[in-house]
Ligand binder design. Sequence first.
Ligand code: G3H
Ligand code: 13P
Ligand code: ZN
Length: 332
Amino acid sequence: MVNYKELGLVNTREMFKKAVAGGYAIPAFNFNTMEQMQAIVQAAVETKSPVIMQVSKGARNYANGTILRYMAQGAVEYAKELGCEKPEIVLHLDHGDSFEICKECIDNGFSSVMIDGSSLPYEENIALTKKVVEYAHKFDVTVEAELGVLAGVEDEVSSAVSHYTKPEEVVDFSTRSGCDSLAISIGTSHGAYKFTPEQCTRDPKTGKLVPPPLAFDILHEIEKQLPGFPIVLHGSSSVPQDEVDTINAFGGKLPDAVGIPEEQLREASKSAVCKINIDSDSRLAMTAAIRKHLAENPSHFDPRQYLKPARENMKKMYIHKIVEVLGSDNKL
Ligand code: G3H
Ligand code: 13P
Ligand code: ZN
């Protein structure tokens, strides 16, 4: 049993309060590998940004939960070594789907957990979230819950259709469950194919897909119901076209990949949305750099040769999100 405070990690409470008041959002980047962790820490330190490093069930299966926890502990020490005196790093469980997995993470150094009961009937979602909150709060661990369903398919997180969050339910849900933040559904979804071509229009000049706008009316209604309450957006990768083009130019096949336009995420960051989840953009940045490097250097076989540009490309993307989209720079 280890508490996150012993590891130099922080929970989300103060971080979210400041972000809501300051009109910016904290980046929540998923990580599965050492290179992602290094790039996240370098970007956060260089921009003086708080950061949430999040671990999915898929990441735990891939890399091992214990290893990821030690990597987060290493991230704190690495940030200090890079010159950040007081890093604000959260280790967060992404899409926890049971009380048991949340407990295991809380007992092993996570400072924040998500209990995703969004696919359950309303009352069961409340009951499960409340059970996790009661345990987590004993250790000052913060809890994210989800109301409404995101569409999209990923390894461990999938739903064929989305159901927007109902604003009339948010006060009852957050009060009775006791959650510290609430993930909502307003049109974002997981993965690199957030909308079908049929849901989009085509830009006549570029031929590229233009997605439908997020449901800002629902977001604003939720803010009205729960003034100042921390709101979370999942599925918020932008799927940068240049990375998709690089992947496709060097042997990849990602036809019609489309994400959330950055202007909309910028707008959301200024509202009560104080945590924005980004995973797919990191995958794209890494894959684009590796494909390009290997195509241009066919004799290379040392992983360091292609993982170094991959790490650089992810770091560039993380810095861009922090400074140009979420506005969480210079907040330490
Ligand atoms: O929300 C889902 C995240 O992108 C994690 O995806 O389950 O494939 O690790 P994953
Ligand atoms: P993206 O697939 O848009 O990066 O979303 C990630 C996410 O929501 C992780 O929980
Ligand atoms: Zn998610």
